[in-house]
Design a protein around this ligand. Structure first.
Ligand code: B4P
Length: 194
């Protein structure tokens, strides 16, 4: 089973590209952001907890997020060719937990991690634009958007080093249009023969 990670700052296009890659390569698309939004919509206790962090632009604590993944993995050990992770891991602890869970459930290992690189001004532009139509509370307030970007640099950017040391990091220039980025991602996946 293949395991492909996409990480990058908010608005870098992870969710957009994960969906395209999942369809192209018959992968299951796991978006922790979408899972949280589902729990928030049905207003269960996990959703209420997640909302208190997401609305402030903060990451949801690792134990809450990893518990959600622990439920997801055993239910998704078939039939697709693998999983594309969109927004998980987002901290070093989550990266370690993912490796441990894959081993515990005998699901293989992370094959590659793509780091999406986009300048901050473009992130702010994309997210503010989405905020006008998405109804997402975390896309509306400029202060919250900036907080999310700051959280990324503080907590998620160090993942580059973690995956570089394992020799599975590929940086993707995610400044262009959606089709150009999708094509470069597809070529990389084929080149790496994942
Ligand atoms: P996510 O749902 O992952 O939201 P995101 O970071 O904004 O990225 P998303 O994938 O949705 O957007 P994309 O860049 O594709 O997370 C939301 C929140 O949940 C987090 O802030 C955090 O609080 C919490 N959370 C989630 N996972 C967590 C974890 N593991 N640990 C702790 N907390 C967690 O797209 C953005 C916009 O840009 C879209 O409108 C899109 O159409 C547009 N766009 C994309 N690519 C473009 C391109 N090339 N050109 C022009 N526009 C483009």
């Amino acid at each position: 089973m293949k395991h492909i990670i996409l990480f990058g700052p908010p608005g870098s296009g992870k969710g957009t590209q994960a969906e395209l890659v999942a369809n192209k390569f018959n992968l299951k698309h796991l978006s922790t952001g979408d899972l949280f939004r589902h729990h928030m919509k049905v207003k269960n206790s996990l959703g209420l907890k997640a909302r208190s962090y997401i609305d402030q632009g903060l990451l949801v604590p690792d134990d809450v997020t990893t518990a959600m993944l622990e439920d997801f993995l055993p239910e998704n050990d078939q039939p697709e060719a693998g999983i594309i992770y969109d927004g998980y891991p987002r901290t070093l602890q989550q990266a370690i937990s993912l490796d441990e869970l894959l081993e515990r459930f005998s699901l293989g290992f992370v094959n590659t991690a793509f780091s999406f690189c986009v300048p901050d001004e473009l992130l702010i532009k994309r997210l503010s634009l989405r905020g006008k139509t998405s109804g997402r509370s975390d896309d509306i307030d400029l202060g919250v958007i900036r907080k999310r970007i700051a959280e990324y640099y503080k907590k998620t950017a160090p993942l580059s080093e973690y995956y570089r040391k394992k020799a599975i990091l590929t940086e993707i220039n995610a400044k262009g249009n959606i089709e150009e980025i999708a094509l470069s991602l597809e070529l990389e996946i084929r080149r790496l023969s994942i």
